[in-house]
Write a protein that binds this ligand. Sequence first.
Ligand SMILES: Nc1ncnc2c1ncn2[C@@H]1O[C@H](COP(=O)(O)OP(=O)(O)OP(=O)(O)O)[C@@H](O)[C@H]1O
Ligand SMILES: O=P(O)(O)OC[C@H]1O[C@H](OP(=O)(O)OP(=O)(O)O)[C@H](O)[C@@H]1O
Ligand SMILES: [Mg+2]
Length: 285
Amino acid sequence: MLRIAVPNKGSLSGPAAEMLHEAGYQQRRESKELRIVDPENEVEFFYLRPRDIAIYVSSGRLDIGITGRDLLIDSGANAEEILPLGFARSTFRFASKPGTAGGVEDLAGMTVATSYEGIVAKHLADLGIDASVVHLDGAVETAIELGVAEVIADVVETGTSLRNAGLEVFGEPIMKSEAVVIRRTGANAEENAESKVQQFLRRLQGVLVARTYVMMDYDCRVEQLERAVALTPGLESPTVSPLHNEGWVAVRAMVPAKEAQRIMDDLYDLGARAILTTAIHACRL
Ligand SMILES: Nc1ncnc2c1ncn2[C@@H]1O[C@H](COP(=O)(O)OP(=O)(O)OP(=O)(O)O)[C@@H](O)[C@H]1O
Ligand SMILES: O=P(O)(O)OC[C@H]1O[C@H](OP(=O)(O)OP(=O)(O)O)[C@H](O)[C@@H]1O
Ligand SMILES: [Mg+2]
């Protein structure tokens, strides 16, 4: 049975459960459940604090886990990212009251408050900057107002929390994060769970594709076919079928959902007609 760590709270928890559900896995019904078995898929899910997931996975007791890239790196655990999942996207940045620091070089001698001490201490050490780091559990934006630190380093998504605290970012982003699937570093193809791990990854990849692509169908004249398929190359190559009306073909290809409207306009301008898009619910590439 494959043993998988899933975030039990916070920004990662809801979207992770939703993605697993879309991939056909049973998920817990109540937020207090600590573990569930999905016997049909031969998987056991453990609901753990996102911050602890890399530690469990690195211990080898759990095969894989879903966590944030920033939490993985901050933990320093012996685990690595094997699939980015595209949700809980954020940047990790320094921020302060305007006028405190123009760039990271100004941090020498200052105190930085953060919940991600591992990332910040390493970043400062790599840059050779001698600053103190104070660990706080959350709501670090308030640390400056209350005099605990001059600078914070925190997760920034929309920037609303910073604005509300009268703070602004400075310097380059320290890192970009999103939810990721992780496994123990050095876990290899000989392990018993390997085929199950690969099947799990294919299912999640299927969800990612279904979320980012749509299926597009259209009819066009044979003379326009080459120009039309250049707009819709598909993943391998588009399917082209003859129509009953001579001189016309039907084309079917997957296209990125974000570009679908522009591609439909361009196809129409080329002379293609009956242009349809339909959602993809699941796939294996
Ligand atoms: N506002 C946000 N937008 C996107 N991702 C976020 C946001 N806040 C935190 N994250 C991401 O969520 C993960 C942290 O999860 P965690 O559950 O520890 O914190 P949280 O979501 O802030 O929850 P809480 O503060 O309630 O404990 C990190 O990968 C972080 O980058
Ligand atoms: O840029 P924004 O869209 O405002 O998002 C970023 C904020 O979201 C998270 O806070 P959360 O609400 O989880 O509180 P916390 O600081 O206690 O973790 C994070 O720690 C930032 O404070
Ligand atoms: Mg938080």
